[in-house]
Design a binder for this molecule. Sequence first.
Ligand code: NAD
Length: 256
Amino acid sequence: MSKRHENKVAFITGGGSGIGRETARRLADEGAKLIVTDVNLPAAEETVSLIEQAGGEGVAVQMDVRDREQIVAAAAAGVRRFGAIHLLINNAGVVTGHSLADLTEEAWDFVLDINLKGQFLVAQEVSKRIAAAGGGAIVNLSTVEALVVVTSGSTAQPHYNASKGGVPMLTKALAVELADQGIRVNCVAPGPIATDFFDLEGVTSQEAMDYMGQRLLVRRIGQPSDIASAVSWLLSDEASWVDGIQLPVDGGWLTR
Ligand SMILES: NC(=O)c1ccc[n+]([C@@H]2O[C@H](COP(=O)([O-])OP(=O)(O)OC[C@H]3O[C@@H](n4cnc5c(N)ncnc54)[C@H](O)[C@@H]3O)[C@@H](O)[C@H]2O)c1
């Protein structure tokens, strides 16, 4: 495995599960030291334990992306431990199964606060640390659902679509604002990925597989490692001329 993130420190949100955990492990395998944050501390600790078992270094910090004080404290704890922060992955995200008719304001606020406001708050605080370290890169997690509506059974999720639709524009705005500080900002738009986020039983039903079979050109469900590879590349110097984009990693979902 190439050590392209040697001497880099990465701060990840929602690092206790799925795409976040796999991305943290990948970056650690490639030489980065990891500040693994999650609202679920035992899950973040488990990720750090997996990193350490593979010979890497990490620290687990409990942090809710909706809470500025916790974000400031997590960044400070990371800098105390590893000296600096160069890379940020804004990964934490949630969804609830609501269509327009039964979508409550509470569910709207819950999803928007974590998926969109959370990325803003974390970027605002952690980019100060990246700038202080002389620059670096940020990757935000979007989804194909930022661009097209995907129904789960008969239920679309307007609040999820709205929250993720904001991510590519937030990404562009941050790329413009942070360019002078040597910070590139991009986002990745995954297609369906096998994680806890998904109701795996529903997703593997024949009806769901038939639907996905019509959409996916690469005929398999995505794996967290598919997304970790793209995030790692965008964070690396190999992508040093890539800024402000949304990269779909979706098995061809958006192609037709
Ligand atoms: N799995 C998919 O098919 C898929 C597709 C497209 C985009 N995404 C996006 O990828 C990202 C990761 O998804 P995943 O599939 O790994 O999900 P997951 O449910 O496996 O993991 C999400 C993690 O975020 C954490 N989290 C939840 N609320 C939080 C909060 N308030 N503060 C901090 N952490 C919090 C959870 O504890 C969990 O560890 C999300 O932003 C999601 O929208 C996922």
